[in-house]
Design a protein around this ligand. Sequence first.
Ligand code: UDP
Length: 237
Amino acid sequence: MEPIYEGKAKRLYTTDNPNVLRMEYKDDATAGNGAKKASFENKGKLNKAITLLIYQMLESKGVATHLISDVDEVCLDVQKVSIIPLEVIVRNIAAGSFSRRTGVKEGTRFSKPIVEFSYKDDALGDPFINDDYARELGAATEEESRFLKQQALTVNEVLIDFFNQAGLTLVDFKLEFGRLVSNPSKIVLADEISPDTCRLWDSKTGAKMDKDRFRLGLGNVMEGYKEVLTRLQNKNA
Ligand code: UDP
């Protein structure tokens, strides 16, 4: 196995099969486009386990993902994709950059979910763009942008219910999609869905159980992630 890519929170290795990659979840965390860095013991393990649970559940609801199989504590085998350079963000409740940009108070619930795109480019700081930009940047055709939004809304509906059953409120989250290298016309959900990429609040107390604990320096970061995993596992038990 050769490492072929290392990102902020994951590493990718080749396997014997050219269409399959091994994805290793790391303990490293960054926030603010790399301005804040840290490592949290067990983060890789927790995020791998949470993503696996969620992707298996999404597959059972007919959402195609890159997941092939569970490998070990920190690795999953996934289909090799060419990542579409868009972060597809879904918001149910105002928080984070939405509140900073608009002044709308954190916690304000939207009448309908918001879907937005950021252009994946670290040097540019992942700027907010729309589907016309995505078309002209060659990131996604208009038809693909429509498909990504529709998939994101489907994932949102399924996840709201899934997290609800675990006593968690899904505030917002980020998705990434890729085109299968073995069949580029097929777009699947890639990357991860974990407390690194979702805002999750305890439904009763409103406590933040996600990466905001790191971003905002609230402490007990992994305790939040562990609690998310335990609740999702117990809900499935
Ligand atoms: N998000 C992410 N990666 C990014 C940017 C955002 O996973 O590079 C997730 C983030 O965890 C949150 C949602 O997308 O659940 C919306 O993030 P927002 O735009 O509010 O950005 P932030 O306030 O984190 O800068």
